[in-house]
Design a protein around this ligand. Structure first.
Ligand SMILES: C[S@@+](CC[C@H](N)C(=O)[O-])C[C@H]1O[C@@H](n2cnc3c(N)ncnc32)[C@H](O)[C@@H]1O
Length: 442
C-alpha cells in the first residue's frame, strides 16, 4: 500500500521482522494520537461501547491510514504475546464457529430485534420471545457472538445489546449471516474435494458450492430456482453494500458523466444505482440483471422522485443491446473466472464509443468496474477482507478477486485497444474502481 504523503503517518518499524513489543505499542499510540487529534479538531465524539448510538470514525484518508496501522500493530501484538503457539494456531481453525453462531442468533432467530435497546434479558426470556425451544444451544451461540462484541453477557445467562448487536437489527446486514453460514459454509466444506475432483476448474458448475448443493448447476442457477434463497442473497448484497456507498460516491467523478445513460450490469435489486444516482441525479440509469432477480427487484424498488431509473432483464453472456455512455459492474467480475469475465467484457465492446483521457467524458463511453482490489504482500491483516472474499468467490463460483494488474490483463485480453485507470489507488480500502475505455486513434 502506498500512503498519501500529505497526511500524518503513524510511526512503524520498516518490516514485521524488526518489530518489537515496544515498537508495536508505539505504532498503536501514534495511530491513536492521530485519530483522537482529528476527532478533537473536528468536534467529533470518540467511539465508545458506552453509547449504543456511538458514531463510527469518519471516512477520511488520515483516519483510514492510522486505523490500518493500528490494526496491523494490534494484530502483530496479539501474535507475539502468546505463551504457546497452539493458543494462536487454534484461532483460524475455529473462526467458522462464529459464522454458525451469528447465523443462529442474528439471521435465523433475529435476537437483535427481539431485545429492546435498553433492556437486560435472561436467556429464558430471549428464547420465549424468539420462539426457540433449545435454550442451551442459543445461550452457547450468544456467548460465541459476544466474543466479537455482538451482545454482552452481563451476569450468567443475561444479555444486553452492544454497538455491534444493534448493527444486526438491520435485516439486510443479518441476511449476510445466512449467505455466509449456509451458502458459503456448505460450499467451503467441499473445497478440498473440488480441488481433487476438478483441479484448476473455472467452471461455475464445478465449484465447491455446486458439489455441495447442485451438481452440474451454477450458484446463480441454484438461486434462480430457490426464490427464498435468492431473496436472502439480494438482501445480503444490499447489506454488504451499506458500508460501501459513501466511498463509492467519492471514489469516482460521477458528475463528469453529465446526463448520459449508465447501465448497472448485474445490478441486483438496484441498490447501488440509488447511491450513484444520489452522486449524480442527472444520470439516466438502467439496472440489468437475470430475470428472477429483476422480477424480485420490481416488487421492492422505489425510484426517487424525478429519477430516470429503469429495471430490465438481461443476461450479460448475451450481446449488450442497451446503448449507453457507461457500463457499470459492481462486484460482478469477481463472480467469474478470467475466461468468463473476458466474455462479459467482449459483449459490451461493440457498444463502446472510443475516448481519450483529458477529453470530456461525454465525448466517449466506458466500462466502470467497482471491486475489491487485492494487494499481495500487504501486511496482515490489511488485505484480509479481500483475501477472504477471494475464498468466498472460489467456494461459490470457482471465481476470484484480482489485483489491478490482473484487471488490466483481463481488459487487454478482451480487446487490446482498452486503456485503464485505477481510482482510489492511493487509498487503503479494498474497494476501488477500474475505469476502462477504448482508446481513440490519433
Ligand atoms: C455479487 S452480486 C452484485 C450485485 C450488485 N452489483 C452489488 O454490487 O451489490 C452479482 C449479481 O450478478 C447477477 N448475475 C449473475 N449472472 C448474471 C448474468 N448472466 N446476467 C446478468 N446478471 C447476472 C446476479 O444475479 C447478482 O445480482
Amino acid at each position: 500500500m502506498v500512503a498519501p504523503t500529505s497526511i500524518p503517518q503513524p510511526v512503524s518499524a520498516p518490516s514485521l521482522e524488526q518489530e518489537t513489543l515496544q515498537s508495536l505499542s508505539k505504532t498503536v499510540q501514534s495511530s491513536v494520537d492521530i485519530i483522537t487529534k482529528y476527532l478533537a479538531a473536528n468536534n467529533l465524539p470518540e467511539p465508545t461501547f458506552g453509547d449504543l448510538n456511538s458514531p463510527t470514525l469518519p471516512l477520511v484518508p488520515e483516519i483510514q491510514l492510522a486505523k490500518t496501522k493500528l490494526i496491523e500493530a494490534t494484530h502483530a501484538l496479539e501474535a507475539l504475546t502468546q505463551t504457546h503457539r497452539w493458543d494462536y494456531c487454534w484461532k483460524p481453525m475455529s473462526n467458522f464457529l462464529e459464522t454458525v453462531a451469528v447465523k443462529v442468533v442474528a439471521t435465523d432467530f433475529d435476537v437483535p430485534n427481539a431485545m429492546e435497546l435498553n433492556e437486560e434479558l435472561s436467556i429464558k426470556e430471549i428464547c420465549k420471545r424468539v420462539k426457540c425451544d433449545d435454550e442451551y444451544k442459543l445461550l452457547s451461540c450468544m456467548r460465541t457472538t459476544a466474543q466479537s462484541f455482538i451482545f454482552k453477557e452481563t451476569k450468567p445467562e443475561h444479555f444486553v445489546h452492544t454497538i455491534y448487536s444493534v448493527a444486526f437489527r438491520d435485516r439486510k446486514i443479518a441476511s449476510y449471516g445466512g449467505v455466509a453460514g449456509e451458502d458459503t459454509y456448505s460450499a467451503a466444506a467441499q473445497f478440498t474435494q473440488s480441488m481433487k475432483q476438478h483441479p484448476n476448474s473455472s467452471r461455475t458448475e464445478e465449484a465447491p458450492f455446486a458439489l455441495a448443493n447442485c451438481p452440474g448447476k451454477s450458484y446463480f442457477q441454484f438461486l434462480g430456482e430457490h426464490p427464498e434463497r435468492l431473496h436472502r442473497f439480494g438482501m445480503a448484497m444490499e447489506g454488504t453494500s451499506l458500508a460501501a456507498y459513501e466511498l463509492l460516491k467519492t471514489l469516482y467523478p460521477w458528475n463528469e458523466l453529465g446526463n448520459g445513460r449508465l447501465v448497472d450490469v448485474g445490478g441486483g435489486v438496484g441498490h447501488v444505482s440509488l447511491a450513484i444516482h444520489s452522486a449524480n441525479p442527472s444520470l439516466a440509469i438502467t439496472v440489468q440483471d437475470l430475470a428472477p432477480t429483476i422480477a424480485q427487484a420490481k416488487e421492492t424498488f422505489t425510484s426517487p422522485k424525478g429519477a430516470d431509473i429503469t429495471l430490465e432483464a438481461h443476461d450479460f453472456f448475451e450481446p449488450q443491446t442497451r446503448e449507453a455512455d457507461t457500463y457499470f459492474f459492481r462486484h460482478v467480475i469477481h463472480d467469474f473466472s478470467d475466461e468468463l469475465s473476458v466474455k462479459i467484457i467482449k459483449n459490451i465492446v461493440p457498444q463502446l464509443k472510443p475516448w481519450k483521457e483529458g477529453r470530456s467524458r461525454s465525448e466517449g463511453s466506458r466500462i466502470i468496474v467497482a471491486e475489491m482490489i487485492l494487494t499481495p504482500g500487504a501486511r496482515a491483516p490489511t488485505d484480509r477482507h479481500t483475501v477472504y472474499m477471494n475464498m468466498v468467490m472460489l467456494s461459490l463460483l470457482n471465481a476470484k478477486e484480482r489485483d489491478y494488474a490482473e484487471f488490466q490483463a483481463l481488459f487487454r485480453k478482451a480487446d487490446p485497444r482498452f486503456k485503464t485507470k485505477l481510482w482510489g489507488g492511493e487509498g487503503i480500502q479494498g474497494n476501488k474502481i477500474v475505469e476502462a475505455w477504448i482508446e481513440e486513434e490519433e
